[in-house]
Design a protein around this ligand. Structure first.
Ligand code: C2O
Length: 548
């Protein structure tokens, strides 16, 4: 591979949407940020320069970072953030991955606007395992806020209540024609009849899982999270924050006398504030040169999208995703397991601090946890603390591998819904084969949680509704061609079982990719050693990492 050099200047820039002008955080003044393009096997070198008052770091979401765990990017996990007027050069190689990923800021809610596409092309002499597209187009979902998202999260933390929702969803930065004062702010995809387009879908929204559909067009799913899948056709897509999906769009053979909306809106099962609106872009056919009526305004056809709580559509879509699992692209599913973990994921509450009133459930503060532990980020980076043996007061390695008190997770919640706080990690010897069951809980309503694991792809070997049954459910696990991803929605009112091989030494964050749930503590860390012994280390971090 070759080296691809980029400079990302993190700076403010004015954008106007919904008739509101705001200065938002951008990469090089662009929102979404510039595309990062590389071939499989290439080295990527990105100099990130911080021109804003906030600290910042960039995460290369889904890039495995084999041998470069310090380049992963989550602030206070693998590095201290880059301070104002400072810079840091991320340097990593992309190996064994091809397709679409995303990068985004990884501190507080700065990823609200700091995000962009990572496009991984096949190696020079290799082609796609599907029809070569006429054109490739990133379609990036995001959110627009008429106020500063940082003010929203700090208010939510102060009051203990849920955050205000964004004012619009966006496609490539545009809310589209279904919002007030937005018809000009519409992304248009111009296409020719009878061609195949590769749409690289990315959900970079902060807090919403989304359905996506294009009116009168069927899509063929060919890749998810930079792994090829067995192609299948669908009229509607489901995509959580942090997930990416490549689809083929075959345009109609002849010029149609209509334009078509492509639209996205949320899947949501919990309670609380919700933006149920629809973002849309226009799929517009270029008229043939001999076409008479091309000055006429063509009718615009809208797609139908699933209802907001369509849990079965989500489950069916997720089940259709299967690895190619052929000789060229094998699915290396761990067949035997060294360690089994069972994690509950869900919302809970913490007591309201004295002399304050809290707007969470019953006057408490909202919280979120894994196995009842709400994770606090330290004020130094875990990776360096671990390497230099400075764990004292930073973190402990006693993260519970099972819930402390098992209960009926999707039934009536137990009385005590309080969670404990801590900075706890699990230590895994090199090459541990891990099975992890993620069980959604109903403590504060049944909700789906898109769980993202840094540093690995995992295989989704099973999923179901209700409580996971360790005696029955493993018999139905798919160990042949399960989907291989970095982010998976833990089903609303159900569970998902994943397997991965801990072959990548480093400190790896795992969290819900709904930003408010991460904020509330639905996060934890894995420490993967470079050898089999507990006294072994993680690779030595370079000395030029930013200081805290
Ligand atoms: Cu895309 Cu830790 O996040």
């Amino acid at each position: 591979g070759i080296a691809r050099h980029y400079t990302f200047n993190i700076k403010h820039h004015n954008f106007t949407r919904l008739c509101t002008t705001r200065s938002v955080l951008t990469v090089n003044g662009q929102w979404p940020g510039p595309r990062l393009v590389a071939r499989e096997g290439d080295r990527v070198v990105v100099k990130v320069v911080n021109h804003i008052p906030n600290n910042v770091s960039i995460h290369w979401h889904g890039v495995r970072q084999l041998g470069t765990p310090w380049a992963d990017g989550p602030s206070y996990v693998t590095q201290c953030p880059i301070q104002t007027n400072q810079s840091y050069i991320y340097n990593f190689t992309i190996s064994g991955q091809r397709g679409t990923l995303l990068y985004h800021a990884h501190i507080s809610w700065l990823r609200a606007y700091i995000y962009g596409a990572i496009i991984i092309l096949p190696r020079k002499n290799e082609s796609y395992p599907f029809q070569k597209p006429h054109k490739e187009v990133p379609i990036i979902f995001g959110e627009w806020y008429n106020v500063d998202p940082e003010a929203i999260v700090s208010q939510a933390l102060q009051t203990g209540g849920g955050p205000n929702v964004s004012d619009a969803f966006t496609i490539n930065g545009f809310p589209g024609p279904l919002y007030n004062c937005s018809s000009k702010d519409t992304y248009k995809l111009k296409v020719k009849p009878g061609k195949t387009y590769l749409l690289r879908l990315i959900n970079a929204a902060l807090n919403e899982e989304l359905f996506f559909s294009i009116a009168n067009h069927t899509l063929t799913v060919v890749e998810a999270d930079a792994v090829y899948v067995k192609p299948f056709e669908t009229d509607e897509l489901f995509i959580t924050p942090g997930q990416t999906t490549n689809v083929l769009l075959k345009t109609k053979p002849d010029f149609p006398n209509a334009s078509f909306l492509m639209a996205a809106r949320p899947y949501f099962t919990g309670r609380g504030a919700i933006d149920n609106s629809t973002t849309a872009a226009i799929l517009e056919y270029e008229p043939p040169s001999n076409h008479k009526s091309h000055t006429k305004q063509l009718p615009l056809i809208k797609p139908s999208l699933p209802p907001i709580n369509a849990t079965n559509i989500v489950a069916n879509f997720t089940r259709k995703l299967r690895s190619l699992a052929n000789s060229k692209f094998p699915a290396n599913v761990p067949q035997a397991v060294d360690r089994k973990f069972f994690f509950t994921v869900g919302l809970g509450t913490n007591p309201c601090p004295q002399n304050t009133t809290c707007q969470g459930p019953n006057g408490t503060k909202f919280s979120a946890s894994v196995n009842n532990v709400s994770f606090n980020l330290p004020s130094v980076a875990l990776l360096q603390s671990y390497f230099f043996g400075q764990s004292n007061g930073v973190y402990t390695t006693d993260f519970p591998t099972n819930p402390l008190v098992p209960f009926n997770y999707t039934g009536t919640p137990p009385n005590n819904t309080m969670v404990s706080n801590g900075t706890k990690a699990v230590v895994l010897p090199f090459n541990t084969s891990v099975e992890l069951v993620l069980q959604g809980t109903s403590i504060l309503g049944i909700e789906s949680h898109p769980l993202h694991l840094h540093g690995f792809n995992f295989f989704i070997v099973g999923q179901g509704f209700g409580n996971y049954d360790p005696n029955k459910d493993p018999a139905n696990f798919n160990l042949n061609d399960p989907a291989e991803r970095n982010t998976i929605g833990v089903p609303s009112g159900g569970w998902v079982a994943i397997r991965f091989l801990a072959d990548n030494p480093g400190v790896w964050f795992m969290h819900c990719h709904l930003e408010i749930h991460t904020t509330w503590g639905l996060k934890m860390a894995w420490i993967v050693l470079d050898g089999p012994q507990p006294n072994q280390k993680v690779p030595p971090p370079p000395s030029d990492l930013p200081p805290c």
